[in-house]
Design a protein around this ligand. Structure first.
Ligand code: GAL
Length: 656
């Protein structure tokens, strides 16, 4: 495991670079990410480049044995470029170009911007492509599916639609534009669906626009990666992911690069509500699932964040080490902390790094130094990976379509995924989060929540999995929409009816109201948001509704189908239901369960095929104690123990 830091040499006096690099090396830092916002320093005026300072910085890091991840600085074009070419500025949903002088204000579809972006990329790679200190490249920063409304994006969107649908008539049909006199008589009438009132925009158009913007971002990464690879075929490429209002399709985004990176900012204020899922284990598993292998953290929480908003509480003692090792436990092999020094100027001056404004290392820094020390003892983990027997399906299309039309009060696609994830985590099981088209054959149980928008290959994948003996769980709002995001004219859950052996006679979007269901063993659980009233065809009832006019109708079903089993959960419950339900699925499918784990304790296993390493992380403020079935050696302090005592955010790793 490698620990790193994000560093902004352009923000500090050059006399500090050596001092900083020396302290980094002494602390145990192995890798430094630099440069992702430094375009104006690298190209101070059109076509004149200044790499002298970057040569010095990279030379200093090399001298101290630190490796560099070099950022392609295309997130922040210099102001001279905007002045010369105002058409490259991103245009907001209000159709007004966004204010320059901030960041991410470029339109990635602008041909002029691309010419300049490729040139600076090429210059950087020519200069540093063969420099052994530069071991990887980050393209841009936290890319989104930007809903840009500039003339170029409008033109491209129309072209994309006509390419996909062939004729305007087909677009009208696909979008069902007879509603509200929305029929297009010319391509020029099609506009990005971002204007007020957004919720009244055509859902078919909205989903296509999301797909388009997502594909544009992936194409942008591809174009820049091709420039890098042309100059330096062996370059290791990445871009850093984050969740935002415009989260792109990560599966497409990372297609063209070598590894996934994630910006990990777990919360520092913990909720006391047992229903609040604050653990970042879910996001980490999702990142690992994008390429189905280990990944890196490119930015990791180091202090209170904010400035543009109220500052968050500072990380509590234990969080810096704990969250760093939690990332390792879920497949991150490198954890780079954001940032070495806290900025003293600019919008992020209160987004705290490891070292505060005073420049004097304090509590958080020393905890970070401890993390570096711990990481240096964990080389045995380097060749390990996470093998899971359970998977949860994450689909960007379903997520987006359900954001366009949230279905009921409190309804959230991601929340439902997290509920299932948390249930597996309560039993200390590894869980993968994978694409709907992933190979599912290795999993004993697969959860496919809210398969809202139909895609032939994904539906076939689920059928195939069950036919071959898998245990599948589907949930409410599946099979509702066709590929165009329009409703199917068939009994729900349409294409999945045969698989689940039941049909929906009626549904009740109860929103925040609470009702109850009773399972086959008489256990009662609260349900909310949504109630599918089911009629069994070949399935059996697992749980029934307990209130109202659909009392005694099935709410959760179980169907044997070919060699496998398909469950359907027609409602949304609280965590106690998912824990009980997932517990039963694990028992039936033979996925081992650790029972009685204290709340907040997360257990994952990494393996190299010979040895298993079990990670224990106490993601809570209450000390926890776990009894092991037999004595095991901790690889953190090399002491054998049969009981693990964890402080708040405490950690241990044992060899099984
Ligand atoms: C990230 C971003 C960084 C910095 C950080 C602050 O989203 O990539 O540049 O802004 O947040 O928390």
């Amino acid at each position: 495991m490698k620990i790193g830091v994000d560093y902004y040499p352009e923000q500090w006096d050059s006399s500090m670079w050596s001092q900083d690099a020396e302290l980094m090396a002494k602390t145990g830092v192995k890798t430094v990410r630099i440069g992702e916002f430094a375009w104006s320093r690298l190209e101070p005026s059109d076509g004149s480049f200044d790499f002298s300072w970057l040569d010095d910085v990279i030379g200093i890091f090399s001298h101290f044995g630190l490796e560099v991840v070099l950022g392609i600085p295309t997130n922040c074009p210099p102001l001279w470029l905007y002045e010369a070419h105002p058409e490259i500025i991103r245009v907001g949903s209000d159709e007004i170009p966004i204010q320059t002088g901030i960041r991410a204000h470029r339109c990635i579809n602008s041909p002029v911007f691309m010419t300049y972006a490729k040139r600076i990329t090429e210059q950087l790679v020519r200069r540093y492509g063969s420099n052994p200190t530069v071991t990887a490249w980050q393209i841009d920063n936290e890319l989104e599916a930007y809903p840009c409304c500039c003339d170029e994006c409008r033109r491209k969107f129309r072209e994309w639609l006509i390419d996909k649908h062939d004729t305007l008539e087909n677009i009208n049909r696909a979008f069902g534009t007879s509603v509200w006199s929305g029929e297009y008589t010319s391509l020029s009438q099609i506009a990005p669906p971002t204007a007020y009132p957004k919720s009244w925009q055509n859902p078919a158009l909205c989903l296509e626009f999301y797909r388009f913007t997502s594909e544009c971002t992936a194409a942008y990464v591809k174009e820049l990666s091709m420039v890098i690879r042309r100059e330096c075929p062996k370059a290791q490429l990445t871009t850093n992911a984050c969740f935002s209002e415009n989260t792109p399709d990560f599966y497409k985004l990372f297609n063209e690069v070598d590894f996934v990176s994630y910006d990990n900012y777990p919360p520092t204020r913990l909720s006391t509500d047992p229903e609040a899922h604050y653990s970042h284990a879910f996001e980490l598993d999702l990142m690992r699932g994008i390429k189905g292998r280990n990944f890196r953290i490119m930015e990791q929480l180091s202090g209170s964040t904010g400035g543009w908003a109220a500052m968050s509480p500072t990380p509590k003692p234990g969080m810096i080490i704990g969250y760093g090792l939690q990332a390792l436990a879920h497949g991150a092999d490198t954890v780079v902390h954001f940032r070495w020094r806290t900025a003293v100027t600019g919008a992020e001056m209160f987004c705290h790094g490891l070292i505060d404004h005073s420049g004097i290392p304090g509590r958080r820094f020393y905890e970070f130094a401890e993390l570096c020390k711990t990481a240096s003892k964990l080389s045995v983990i380097d060749t390990t990976e996470i093998i899971s027997e359970a998977a949860i399906i994450y689909s960007p299309d379903n997520n987006y379509a359900l954001e366009i039309q949230p279905q009921a009060d409190g309804f959230s696609y991601m929340e439902q995924l997290r509920m299932f994830h948390k249930a597996f985590a309560r039993y200390g099981a590894n869980v993968d989060i994978v694409s709907p088209d992933a190979d599912l054959s290795g999993y004993k149980a697969v959860i496919a929540p809210e398969m809202f928008v139909y895609k032939k290959s994904s539906a076939e994948n689920l059928y195939r999995y069950v036919i071959n003996g898998g245990t599948l769980v589907m949930t409410n709002r599946s099979g509702v929409k066709d590929q165009n995001n329009n409703c199917f004219t068939d009994t729900l859950p349409t294409v999945y009816r045969e698989l689940i052996g039941a049909e929906i006679t009626e549904y009740d979007p109860i929103g925040a109201a609470e009702q109850t269901i009773v399972d086959f063993a008489g256990n009662k659980f609260v349900c909310r948001q949504w109630c599918d009233v089911l009629r069994l065809t070949t399935a059996k009832a697992y749980a029934e509704y307990n209130d109202g006019f659909y009392r005694c109708c099935p709410a959760v079903t179980m169907n044997r189908y070919c060699s496998g089993v398909a469950y359907y959960v027609g409602t949304v419950c609280k965590s106690d239901f998912y824990e009980s339900f997932v517990g039963n699925i694990m028992r039936q499918t033979g996925i081992p369960r650790l029972k009685g784990l204290p709340a907040g304790v997360e257990v994952t296993t990494r393996t190299n095929g010979l040895d298993d390493f079990i990670f224990f992380f106490n993601n809570s403020e209450t000390p926890a104690s776990i009894r092991l079935p037999k004595a095991m050696y901790s690889i953190i302090d090399s002491i054998g123990r049969d009981n693990i005592e964890l402080k708040p955010f405490g950690f241990d790793i044992v060899r099984k």
